[in-house]
Write a protein that binds this ligand. Structure first.
Ligand SMILES: [Zn+2]
Length: 614
């Protein structure tokens, strides 16, 4: 465990609570602490038991009734998840243990009739059987939870401090980013609910890897076994922490915890003030590729220490936990974080220049093959996150984009354009540092206009055209116009003219890769499949009158000549249908970023400093 000395003043600043100070001051300075005890007496039942003690100091009026509210979402994952649906056995009582009357007044509010009690408590249990970075899991092996998905707040009390005591099952240890209360085992303190809800908790016999950066303790808390080499993992994560803290010039927290769940499949990450929760496939540390993917995940989540946790978009903090919090800036908060996550892995030498250019070329190709890019802007994708990003369906590819994908490309575009305009004296790094100094350090959130203004002040010229067309608008991005700053060009076909890329038959139906049957998952707008009547969920059973395997189907279509007609037999719902589809053509070539042979000294310099960070 890292050293964790606590002083109230230091952690107020270090935990990034500056922007929350207006909420805190709105509360009475004498407001009582709220104390939670979380226990797990029968871990195999997946029920986390919560006791919430509430006290009202003698100098305050005692209300006759109090609303206890359960958050419906947790910051970092922009979807209403209805955490309240897992609450059961709610039972409030006064200090003598007499039951208090209560009723639910909406889906996530429990109204308790306290009848003037100065001290009372509420007990309840929360079913926890879903391991993702934004949900809770308790079983015979471990417990992991997000406090927003477990702990209630008294209405109007988000600025109040609280303590959290954990009673672990078995001999399990407790890890969280919250500072411990001296002298009390497994007890932690949060100055307000935004900090409490931003501090997930892992309770298990976890393995731990420690390291220091700039004298600040960091730890990787690992639940689950895997084929990682602890030394290589430590070195990988430390390099990333060093590079990103150097970029911003310091460490804005007191200590940092990476909570890592290793499981057979799945994964992901979510950022917090001085911690992150990560999931990663346990046996993927077999080769460089596996470590690279792990490094990209770590670099993304850790970059959020600044971008979103401290450099906060308008609506993201202080939070309203009862409903959607809308912002048009997730393309910055997530997309630019994705951009730096991948770039920093190159900058610290885990990947090569070539790896990074291949990654960018693939990102461009994937984006350009998404018809939805012409239907939705980066700002629209951000604003609609709550109903779109986490709820993809068969029409998503045609109607929407991800702010991660477009945001990463916009990060590249802005970075290269600022470097071009300033003769490489400035970059997107300066934009991020300026946002940190001008907004986080001054206790403010930033707006879309602020972000554009800072790009303009850093580069010394208008960015209105760029933002109007590619951020607020849906114009096609002229990649080469921006890539040329670094002496690069996007090529859509192989340079080898003697061996041109083969032209293949093209249907335009994406198949569901979770099944061996030939099931159409989505149909790309404008493709032969789309224009000639195929639907998502159609199950193809024969090609030209013969049953084929899924693999044979795909290769047979590719081997056809463009313009050839294929006879498809399929089930739509439970009805047998036949279609004659005239195939289109597809050039089988990966996009590539190539260096211009005529690159100037300035272009070479931009290329070098962009990819090295120096
Ligand atoms: Zn993220």
């Amino acid at each position: 465990m890292p050293k964790n000395p606590i002083t109230l003043v230091a952690s107020t600043i270090l935990f990034g609570a500056l922007i929350l100070s207006s909420t805190i001051q709105a509360q009475s300075p004498n407001a009582a602490n709220i104390s939670f005890t979380v226990s797990m007496p029968k871990p195999w039942t997946h029920l986390l038991e919560v006791e919430m003690q509430i006290g009202v100091p003698a100098n305050l009026n005692v209300p006759n009734e109090t609303n206890l509210i359960m958050p419906v979402w947790t910051p970092g994952s922009y979807l209403i998840r209805e955490y309240e649906r897992h609450v059961q056995d709610f039972a409030p009582a006064d200090a003598n243990g007499n039951a208090l009357q209560w009723s639910k007044v909406d889906k996530n509010t429990w109204r308790v009739v306290t009848r003037g009690a100065r001290r009372w408590k509420a007990n309840y249990r929360v079913y926890a059987n879903e391991l993702t970075v934004r949900t809770n899991e308790l079983n015979s092996d471990h417990a992991f939870w997000n406090n927003a998905a477990l702990l209630m707040y008294p209405e109007g009390s988000l600025g109040r401090p609280s303590t959290l005591r954990v009673l672990p099952a078995n001999t399990w240890k407790v890890a969280t980013g919250l500072p411990p209360v001296t002298g009390q085992a497994n007890t932690f303190r949060a100055e307000n609910y935004d900090i409490l809800y931003d501090s997930p908790v892992e309770v298990s016999n976890f393995n731990q890897i420690d390291f220091d950066v700039r004298g600040v303790p960091h730890r990787i808390v690992i639940d689950g076994e895997g084929n990682y080499d602890p030394e290589r993992m430590r070195a990988t994560v430390k390099k990333i922490v060093e590079a990103e803290t150097s970029m911003f010039g310091g460490v804005p927290y007191h200590d940092y915890t990476f909570i890592l769940h290793l499981r057979s499949s799945g994964g992901g990450g979510i950022e917090h003030l001085n911690s992150t929760a990560l999931g990663f496939p346990r046996f993927r540390f077999t080769n460089d590729q596996g470590y690279r993917r792990f490094a990209e995940l770590v670099a993304h989540e850790f970059f959020h220490v600044w971008n979103v946790k401290r450099i906060r978009p308008d609506a993201l903090g202080p939070f309203d936990y009862t409903k959607e919090n809308y912002t048009r800036l997730l393309w910055v908060a997530e997309g630019i974080t994705e951009y730096y996550g991948n770039l920093v892995v190159r900058r610290v030498g885990i990947t090569s220049d070539q790896d990074y250019l291949e990654h960018l070329a693939k990102a461009i190709q994937d984006f350009q093959s998404t018809p939805g890019r012409l239907e939705m802007s980066a700002e629209e994708a951000s604003f609609n996150a709550w109903i779109k990003e986490y709820r993809p369906d068969e029409n998503s590819v045609n109607s929407q984009i991800s702010y991660y994908d477009k945001g990463e490309l916009l990060g590249m575009l802005l970075d290269l354009e600022i470097r071009r305009r300033t003769n490489n004296a400035k970059s997107l790094d300066d934009v991020m540092r300026t946002l940190y100094a001008e907004f986080f350090e001054k206790g403010r959130n930033y707006s879309p206009a602020d972000f554009q203004k800072i790009c303009e002040s850093v580069s010394g010229g208008s960015f209105e055209d760029v933002f109007a067309r590619y951020v607020r608008g849906r114009d096609e991005v002229p990649y080469n116009q921006f890539l040329s700053a670094a002496g690069l060009r996007l090529e859509e076909t192989p340079a080898d003219e003697k061996n041109p890329a083969p032209v293949k038959g093209f249907l335009g139906a994406d198949l569901d890769d979770r099944t061996d049957i030939i099931l159409i998952e989505s149909v790309r707008a404008g493709s032969p499949a789309y224009e000639q009547g195929l639907n998502a969920k159609d199950q193809i059973i024969a090609l030209n009158g013969a049953r084929v395997s899924k693999a044979a189907f795909e290769s047979l279509i590719e081997a056809k000549k463009p313009g050839e007609i294929v006879h498809l037999t399929l089930f739509r719902n439970d009805d047998l249908r036949t279609f004659d589809i005239k195939l289109g053509s597809r050039v089988d070539a990966a996009y590539r970023l190539v260096q211009l042979p005529s690159a100037s000294e300035q272009q070479k310099r931009i290329y070098q400093t962009w990819l090295s960070g120096r």
